[in-house]
Every structure is written in C-alpha cells, then in structure tokens.
Write a protein that binds this ligand. Structure first.
Ligand code: ADP
Length: 250
C-alpha cells in the first residue's frame, strides 16, 4: 500500500490573507484507503489547508490533483462531484427532519441532475435508498432512522454529520474535529466509524485529541506555523522530539 499512487496530491500550497502568509508551500500526499490526520498547534494552518483541499478557499499558489485530475481551480461543489466530501456541521442538520430524511437530502444534494462523474453509480430512487440504508447501518443508527435529527444525542448527531458526507458517495471524506465535545462512549463509536470508513474510503482528519489520532491514523502530518513540520506513521510521530517541542511551545 505504501507504494500506491496518492488519491490526492497537494503541491506547494501557499495561502496569503492580505500580507499574512498562513501557508508557506505545503505538500501533502494522501494515499487511498488510509486515515490521514493533520495535527498541529492552534494557528498552524490546518483549517486553512482543509478549506483549500475541499475547495472552500482557493490557494494563492500551488496545485491540487485528485485522482489524476487538476482540481486547483474548482469550486467546492465541483469537487463534491469528483468524490471529495466534507462532514457537515451539526448546525446544518435539519433538526425537524428524520435521520433518514437528512441522509436522503444529502444524497440528493450531492449529485444534481447531469452533474455526476462516470464512476458514480446511477442515482435513481432505489440506488439512493440503498445509499441511505448503507449509511444508516454504518453509522450504527438503523433503529433511529425515523427519529428527528434534533432528538439525537450529541454523539449520534456527530455520527449523522459523517453520514451526510457519506451519502454523497465520496471517495475522500474530510472530517474537521469529529470528536469535539464527546463523552467516552461516543468517542469509541466515532473511532470505530472512522476506522470502518477506510475499507472503502479515504479519510482526511483534523483532530485535536492526540490519543484518537494515534489510534486511528495510518499517516499523520504535523503542521506548525503554516508549514509541514514532520509526517509519518503514529509511532514515528509519537516519539518525534520536534513534535513534542511544537506542542510545548504552544
Ligand atoms: P489552525 O486550524 O491550525 O488552528 P488556521 O488555518 O485556522 O489554523 O489559521 C492559520 C493562520 O491563518 C492563523 O494565524 C489565522 O489567524 C490565520 N487566518 C485564518 N483565516 C484567516 C482569514 N480569513 N484572514 C486572515 N487570517 C486568517
């Protein structure tokens, strides 16, 4: 797997906000079917990089290739159609609609008529139902399909957010702190969910909880002040003095 072609490759990403340089030429290679975490102290540029990879923000310089296609100039909705999905925030769930309805809307919204890539399966009503059923199963929420999203526990809502991204049938899923504010039981559920995604997806994760990052990542990229400080598997990152220093200095 170590030799597989990256699914996503960012090269020399620079991001300027006026005179301030938030990213100073970041390179990132995400291998398919891995969990790749991006960590680093506050202000390191993780969120900015995420927005640039998913298309919410444009890079000032650099390029992004996804599955062999240059997507650098594409908007977020175009990248969704290529198979790049981002988890929704709880605030974007429809509280009064059922879990199933939320997932169905996400499945529909991602692929408006005429806008899919060749690798997407057909999006008929039956196919959509299958996608939603599969998402419910994977989220561990099949028995809550008819419950209003607003009535779910916090942890269940966070899993539903991931499910909303899944319903778009992405190849890569970007998750921004999926475990924030969670209790222990919900944490374990989320860890299991993220690990299970790797069977058929590629996961890119921003996560502050270091134990979780170490547990579920295949690759960890540590950022500091707009640069990649070090990258590697969890064991290498855990014992890296530079990483320790970066966090102590924060
Ligand atoms: P992280 O997610 O690692 O905490 P961010 O990507 O949010 O870091 O921020 C990186 C740096 O870029 C910070 O210094 C932040 O203040 C700055 N920054 C982020 N967004 C903007 C913006 N829209 N305008 C100006 N500066 C920004």
């Amino acid at each position: 797997q170590a030799t597989s072609t990256p699914l996503m490759q960012a090269r020399g990403i620079v991001k300027r906000f006026g005179k301030f340089v938030a990213l100073h030429g970041v390179d990132l290679q995400v291998r398919p079917r891995t969990v790749h975490s991006v960590i680093g102290p506050n202000g390191a540029g993780k969120t900015t990089l995420f927005h640039i990879l998913t298309g919410t923000l444009r890079a000032s310089e650099g390029s992004i290739v996804f599955d062999g296609q240059d997507v650098t100039q594409e908007a977020d909705y175009q990248r969704v159609q290529r198979g790049i999905a981002r988890s929704f925030q709880v605030t974007s769930l429809f509280a009064n609609l059922s879990v199933r309805e939320n997932l169905r809307l996400a499945a529909q919204g991602a692929h408006r008529a005429g806008a899919f890539d060749c690798w997407h399966p057909p999006t008929g009503a039956r196919a959509q139902r299958e996608v939603v059923d599969a998402a419910l199963e994977r989220l561990g929420l099949p028995r809550l399909a008819h419950v209003a999203a607003g009535a779910l526990s916090h942890g269940q809502q966070r899993r539903l957010e991931v499910g909303m991204a899944l319903a778009a049938r992405p190849r890569a899923i970007f998750l921004d702190e999926p475990t924030s504010g969670m209790g222990v039981d919900d944490l374990e559920e989320m860890k299991r969910l993220i690990r299970s995604l790797r069977d058929d997806h590629t996961v890119v994760l921003i996560e502050h909880n270091m134990n979780i990052v170490m547990d579920i990542s295949d690759t960890i990229t540590v950022m500091q002040q707009g640069r990649v400080l070090v990258e590697g598997p969890p064991d290498a990152i855990r014992s890296d003095e530079r990483v320790r220093a970066a966090y102590l200095g924060n």
